[in-house]
Every structure is written in C-alpha cells, then in structure tokens.
Design a protein around this ligand. Structure first.
Ligand code: ARG
Length: 475
C-alpha cells in the first residue's frame, strides 16, 4: 500500500486531473483505494505504450493530429518506456490505472500536447486492447512451455517404448502396458491443450482499438492501420459495444489454463503415487524435491503436490472471472477491472507448473525393474488367458472370462502367478487348455499382442513417438 486510509473517510479537496471537470470534490480515500488498479495493471505498461504509439501514429497518418505533435508524442512515449524499464512503474492511486499513469508522465515530459493522444480513444477500448495484447503474449509463452513439456515426454517415451509396467483401471492392476505408452497418453492431452490454445489465439486476434467508449468515434480514424500495426491478424473488431465489453479472450485463456492444469495435476498425482515407497516406480529429481525437518529419510514430492494444489487456484480464477462477467449489461462496467488479477495470477502459476512438470519428467529416474515386477503381480495377464481361449479353443468370450476367473481364483489360493499354475491344474478347470497357453501369459507377450492402432505394443508406441517427434519438429 502506498498510502494510508484516513481515519475519517473524508474527500480529498482536489478533483481528479483527468476527469474531474464536473466534480467539486475529489474522491475519498476509500474511493481512491477501491478504484485503483495500478497496483496490478502496471504489469501491462509495455502493452499500453505499444498501443498508444500505434494510436498516435494513426492519428498522425490520418491528419487528426499534426505530424509534429505525433512525433513529440512518440518520442515522449519512448522516454516513458525507458524510465519504466529502468525504474519500474510508480504507483499513485490518484492516477487509478496504467493508462492514466502513462499519460500523466507523458504530460510531465512533453507538456499539453500529450492531451492530444487521447483523441478518438477511451480507456474502455484502450484497456481492452492492452489486455488482449498481454493475454496474447501469455498465450504465446504457454504455447512454448507446452512444447517443451511435450518434448520431455516424447524423449522419455522413446527411451521406454519397451519398458513394461502395470496399467491400471480404478488404480487396480488391469493389464500390462509400456511406460512409453503411458507417457504418450500425456503427450496427447497436452497436444489437445496446444490446439485449444491455437483456437483461443485466433479468436483473440481482433483489435478493439477505435471502438472508443462504446459507440465508436466521429473522428476519421483508420482502424485497419492500428490493428495491423499491433499484430491483430483478423483486423479490427466488428462491433464497438461488443469490443469494449468482451472478455471472452481472457476467459478462453483461463479455460485453456484450467484444462491444461488439470492435465498437469493428473500427471503430478501419478508421479506422487509412483514415488511413494510401496510403489517405488520413480525417483524424483533432487532438484524438485524437499526434505523433512524431523524425518531424515524423507524426500517429499512437494513440487508435484504444489502443481496439484495450484490447479485448484487456477480453476478458482476461471470461476472468478466467469462470475464477474455473468451479470454485466453492455457495455463497460467497472466490475471488468477485476478481470486482470485472476489472469495475471494464472499466468504466473501456469508457467511455474509447466516448468516444474517438464523438469520432473526430464530428470526423474524410472525404476523399470520395479515396474515390471509389479506388472507380473496382480494377474495382469488374465485377459490374455481369456483371449487365448477365444482364439485357440474357439470359446465365446463370456465363457472364457468365466474360466479365467476360476484360474485366477486358484492361483490366488496357491499364492502364485497365472503362468506358475501347473498345466494339470489349468486343465482341471477346462480341458481345452493346452501347453501353448504359457506363451500368452507372460507380460511381454501380453504387451506385444496389443498391436492395434494406438495400442501399447512397443512397435505402436514407437510409431506414436515418431509421429510426435515429427509434429514437434524434433528431428
Ligand atoms: N482501469 C480500468 C480497467 O481496468 C480501465 C478502464 C476504465 N474505464 C472507465 N470508464 N472507467 O478496467
């Protein structure tokens, strides 16, 4: 906090220098505090100056302001940018937000000509433009971070296309799969996130600048020019009322982030389970673990747990903005100022979560011996016995399922694996079983048999890895 609230909520005597023309008194301390967005929206200063420069250039080009004034304003904005780069952005609640903070400093530097910059513009289209630029940058950063995570997954999956582990349903051993297959499942999730992000980036790419307060402007502006200069691929927005009150792009970013975080959280959860002693499937990198202050043997998967935890905050932020937006009439309402904290928070959290999971996947040590042993327990090849009965003995699957169930029960009583049951015992359950069955009951045979498209057979996993490497341009 840069200033203290007074005991008494008394109005400040000076009215606001930007919009105070019709006010006798200035805002109270409470009003100044509740109104100020500068504490958080100052992170958009680069976008604000970029958009102002595009607007000034357009005003100059169209003759709405003189070329000389345009140049003075552009030079002044560059000076403000240099200052902020060096010293940071000052926080003065009286200046409310980043837009008025920049303009006030510009006025100090170049004098009254700075007042011409706001011609044919309102803070409503200004903030919509700045925020779109900021969210667009956050989306690009997320795109690269997802690619890095996908590369880590693909590399590890390639190493482990043949490594056998138990596949689970209900977290109960189901059928053997390969570790490479499991990792490539996450690759697919992040591929969908990347494509959701591309769609969001496409929708974001229309420029609201020139919509002014809500109704457009009477000045002969060139909206195509500013849209182009600011890199909005789909030109200017098409309806000024929508443009100043639309925050779909921010919601799209939060929806994407929530979905991506859900995927990260599931991966984190698996790593936490796999790193526990009873599983012992993975050793977390030291660099992403912590110790316990009381139990010297402990190595805790805190980074993974925090990814799981941060996902709750990310989903909460998406919910917050949906609730903010749901009751707003057209066009701008000040509630919309609350669009930024959730987005800024999510950008930081998502970047951290993506980086943490990328490091974890790249640097963890998989205990493939342990995974294979676990796959050999739990009757993971029971389905293979049933399938064998269908194929080799022409038994309907439902009946084969029943026979296999009896075999599992017997093995359980004997405390042995399915392929450790003597042939005579198997034959006592069903006479149609012969010695060829044993070739089907190993975990290797089980995995190799699942060679359907997208299946877990090592050759299929290698195909997935190859295609993914091509998609990512890794070779
Ligand atoms: N700080 C405001 C925001 O973030 C800028 C727009 C203010 N517009 C207005 N008409 N008061 O939403």
């Amino acid at each position: 906090m840069t200033e203290k609230r007074d005991m008494a909520d008394s109005p400040d005597s000076a009215s606001n220098q930007m919009w105070g023309g019709r006010f006798a008194d200035g805002p109270s301390a409470i009003m100044r505090e509740i109104n100020a967005s500068i504490p958080f929206d100052k992170v958009m200063w680069r976008q604000d100056i970029r958009a102002s420069k595009a607007h000034a250039r357009m005003l100059g080009e169209t003759g709405i302001i003189s070329a000389a004034d345009c140049n003075t304003i552009l030079g002044g904005l560059d000076k403000v940018a240099e200052e902020y780069e060096r010293e940071g952005v000052p926080e003065d609640w009286d200046l409310e937000d980043i837009h008025m903070t920049v303009e006030a400093r510009l006025t100090e530097l170049i004098g009254p000509v700075a007042g011409r910059l706001h011609t044919a513009r309102s803070r409503n289209d200004q903030v919509a433009t700045d925020f779109r630029l900021w969210v667009g940058d956050a989306m690009s950063a997320a795109q690269s971070a997802i690619t890095r995570l996908q590369m880590a997954l693909v590399n590890r999956a390639g190493e482990h296309a043949d490594s056998i582990m138990p596949g689970f349903t209900h977290l109960q051993t189901a059928q053997p799969v390969t570790l490479g297959h499991h990792l490539m499942a996450y690759y697919e999730m992040f591929r969908r996130d990347a494509s959701r992000l591309s769609a969001a980036m496409g929708n974001l790419s229309q420029c609201p600048l020139g919509s002014a307060a809500l109704a457009g402007t009477g000045f002969p502006i060139d909206r195509e020019m500013t849209a182009k200069e600011l890199g909005f691929a789909h030109g200017p927005t098409r309806n000024s009322l929508d443009a100043v009150s639309d925050r779909d792009f921010a919601l799209d970013y939060l929806f994407f982030s929530s979905q991506c975080a859900i995927h990260l959280s599931r991966l984190a959860e698996e790593m936490i389970i796999w790193a526990s002693q009873p599983y012992g499937f993975v050793r977390m990198p030291d660099s992403l673990s912590t110790g316990s202050s009381i139990m010297p043997q402990k190595k805790n998967p805190d980074a993974a747990e925090l990814v799981r935890g941060h996902t709750g905050r990310i989903i909460g932020a998406a919910t917050a903005l949906m609730v903010t937006m749901k009751g707003l009439p057209l066009a701008y309402s000040k509630d919309m100022q609350d669009d930024k904290p959730p987005v800024f928070e999510v950008a930081g959290l998502l970047e951290l979560c993506l980086a943490a999971m990328t490091g974890m996947i790249a640097d963890c040590t998989f205990n493939t011996e342990r995974m294979r042993q676990a796959a050999e327990l739990g009757y993971a090849t029971a389905t293979d016995l049933a399938d064998w009965l269908v194929v080799k003995a022409d038994i309907p699957f439902r009946e084969a399922h029943h026979i296999t169930g009896a075999a599992v029960k017997l093995a359980e009583q004997r405390g042995c694996a399915l392929d450790e049951l003597p042939l005579a015992d198997l034959q006592s359950i069903d006479g149609r079983i012969d010695e060829r069955v044993f070739t089907a009951l190993s975990v290797d045979a089980s995995v190799a048999a699942r060679a359907s498209y997208g299946g877990t057979a090592p050759e299929q996993v290698r195909n997935q890895v190859k295609r993914a490497r091509e998609e990512l341009g890794m070779d």
